[in-house]
Every structure is written in C-alpha cells, then in structure tokens.
Design a protein around this ligand. Structure first.
Ligand code: FES
Ligand SMILES: [Fe+2]
Length: 389
C-alpha cells in the first residue's frame, strides 16, 4: 500500500474499536448465564464512563439510526443533519440526484461543514471557509494551493444511508449491511401496521429535541415499556390509550413494537368528539431510534448519548392534515406532557442507578417483556463487537 493509499484507507473508516473490555465481557457472560433469572442489565452500564466510551466507539459507529424524513432531502442541495452516537452526519441530495451520508466534520480542523438543515449547492465550513461538493469532495480551500492539497485524498468521510417508508436512516460505517438486512422485519411490519411516513395524510411539522438527565439506555427502556403508563401517565397518555389492556406487543428477533388501542372515554378525544380507529403504533430500532404513529400524530426520533447521564432525544413530527386546530393543540400537548413525565421518571431513576447501592434489578415476565427484549438487544450489540473483523 502506498502512503496515499494508506491515507485514503485511514480517511474512509471511522476510528473504532472491536475490543470488548474484559469487565464488560464478563458482565455479558454473566447476563447470558443468568438470563432465566430475569435480572436487569448491570446498573454500572448506566453510570460508568468506560462503558459509555465503549458504546461510543464500538456500538454506535456501526449502527443504523433514523435521521429524518425523506421529504426533507428530496431536492438537489437538500441537507439533513443527524448524530449517531457522537458521530455527526449530514445527508445530502446531490445534483446527480443521489442521496449520500457524509461525516459532518471538516477535514481541515474538524469544524462542522453543515450547521442546519437547509438547501445549498455546497457544504461550506464556516471556520476557515473550506468548501465541499455535495458528494463530499473538496472543492476549494482559501489561500491553499491546489498543488499542495491535490492527491492527498482530502474529502468528507462517507457513511451509509438507506431509506424505508419515507424515512432516512444513516450508519457511520461506510460498509454497513443494508437497513433491510439489519432489520428484516421492517418491511412487512410497515405494511401490516400502515407505517408509511409519506402517505400524504400527514403534514410534516418539523424537528424538536428534549434534554434528559439520564443514560440513553434508561430513556430507551422507558420508551419500550408501558408498565409505567397507568402510574405516571394517568392524566396524559394512559387517559387516552388502553396502554396495558388491549395492547398488542410485537417482539421479534431485531425489534420491539406495540399497538395501543384508544379508550372510549379519553378526555381529549371525547372533548373534541373524535372517533379514532387504528391505535398508536410504536416501533423501536436498537440503538435508540423509535417512532410512534397514531391517527393524528407521528413522531420519529433518535436518541443522542451526550454524556453518561445526559441524553438528547431528537424528534421529527407530523400532524394529520385537516385536523381541527384546537384538537391538534390538545393532542400535541398530551404527547408533550407524556414525554415530560417520561423524562422526569428517568431523571429520578438515574439517582438510584448512579448510587452504587444496587448491582442489578429484578424484572418480571411478562410484565417486563419489552424490557427483557431491550436488554437482549443491548447485550447483543456489545457481544457483536468482538465478532467484527
Ligand atoms: S476547520 Fe473547516 S475550514 Fe478550517
Ligand atoms: Fe412513558
């Protein structure tokens, strides 16, 4: 390999590790041995900096994650930002019509080349003005001679991009298997549960985010179970949905999902005389992407692990077209309140997880069926690290 080839090889891959630290490997083995006891993951995995670092370097850089709506990158020049773990990604629609995912890090001195979702024919770093084409190739670098930079392979690092039912997914690994190979259940589930995000009945509303004072896994766990719905969401989600009874849980090899039917006496629904039919469909894709679609509202988002006990959830939302605005506001408020109650719950839980006073919790089956599956997905994502070449 020539020097230039080795530079190119270096540039084409995120820096990652395929080593599972011995203590984590021992904990994975312990979990697998005691699986039938229905213990939780070790609480250390929610507070330990080394575990967090392991996830950032060895799990997220190989993971598919939802980025946003395909409609936001439909035109040449469209740019959509997302973070996978702590890898910043920009999805572009090129002038050649191709969709690409690029690592959003300028190859000069690491400033982002895109700061917001927008349309522009170029990616321009605002720090010293280096400019890239939408395919990631370097176009111009102020005060630098072409001779000096040419042949050095300077370009934005490529990542992988895929689409499903109107949503864009990204993976920092440029050699990732397809989304359909990673989640083969998605296609049939999308049809069965009418999970299209481009069917014209819903209007895209934009992107929001909330900050959560807890480890990212605690946030995802909370999303994955409704055991807590009658207790902490008694006046929000659980007032409108039959979240424990008339709930169909779908646990497959690679994902977790559920449909929650509506209550006939839901206060918001009753106040506005609404008569919904389908129910709320929820799907979780490890690590950290989940979406929910009900008759009136959709959110599709991803979880950003900011620090070991700081998490951001970035959420794209849609609303059913033609809704009475007063109902739409009330329904949105019900969802916002629900999310706020979830964020409060995991913040309070975080104190216990951090205390060091409990090594494992005790789950129960079937009450914790979705949590048991989530833990299996976490353990699998850790164990898979050792099998990579
Ligand atoms: S860091 Fe991008 S131009 Fe300097
Ligand atoms: Fe909740």
């Amino acid at each position: 390999m020539t020097v230039i080839e080795s530079q190119l090889a270096f540039r084409s891959k995120p820096q990652r590790s395929n080593v599972v630290p011995p203590r984590i490997a021992a904990e994975v083995a312990h979990y697998q041995r005691r699986r039938s006891d229905h213990l939780t993951l070790p609480t250390r995995w929610y507070r330990d900096e080394d575990v967090f670092r392991f996830e950032l370097t060895s799990v997220f850089p190989y993971a598919w994650q939802l980025a946003g709506p395909l409609s936001s990158v439909s035109q040449p020049g469209d740019q959509l930002l997302a973070d996978v773990g702590q890898v910043p990604i920009v999805v572009t629609r090129g002038r050649d019509g191709l969709l690409r995912a690029l690592v959003n890090i300028c190859q000069h001195r690491a400033y982002p080349v895109a700061l917001e979702n927008r349309n522009s024919p170029l990616l321009q770093c605002q720090y010293h003005g280096w400019t890239y084409n939408l395919d990631g190739s370097l176009r111009a670098a102020p005060l630098c001679s072409k001779e000096e930079l040419s042949g050095k392979g300077v370009a934005l690092k490529p990542a992988s991009v895929d689409i499903w039912n109107g949503l864009v997914f990204v993976n920092p690994d440029p050699d990732a298997e397809s989304l359909a190979d990673a989640f083969p259940e998605l296609e049939d589930l999308g049809t069965e549960w009418e999970l299209a995000f481009n069917d014209g009945d819903y209007e895209y509303r934009g992107v929001t985010s909330i900050e959560i004072d807890a480890n990212w896994k605690a946030w995802c766990e909370n999303a994955n179970e409704c055991y807590h719905c009658p207790t902490i969401h008694a006046e929000s989600f659980d007032a409108e949905f039959k979240s424990l009874k008339d709930r169909e849980v779908r646990v497959t090899q690679n994902l977790v999902g559920a449909i929650n039917g509506y209550r006939e006496s839901g206060p918001v629904l009753a106040r506005h005389g609404m008569d919904p039919t389908y129910g709320e469909r929820y799907v979780y894709l490890h690590p950290g992407s989940f979406f929910s679609k009900d008759d009136y509202h959709i959110f599709a988002g991803y979880t950003v692990p900011v620090a070991v006990d700081k998490t951001r959830f970035v959420s794209h939302t849609w609303a059913r077209k033609g809704l009475d605005p007063a109902f739409a506001v009330d329904w949105e408020n019900m969802w916002e309140r629900t999310m706020g109650e979830d964020a409060d719950a995991v913040r309070l839980q975080n104190a216990g997880l951090r205390s060091g006073m409990m090594s494992y919790g005790q789950l129960s089956s079937p009450a914790d069926e979705m949590i048991l599956k989530f833990h299996e997905l976490v353990v699998r994502s850790y164990a898979d690290v050792a099998t990579r070449g």
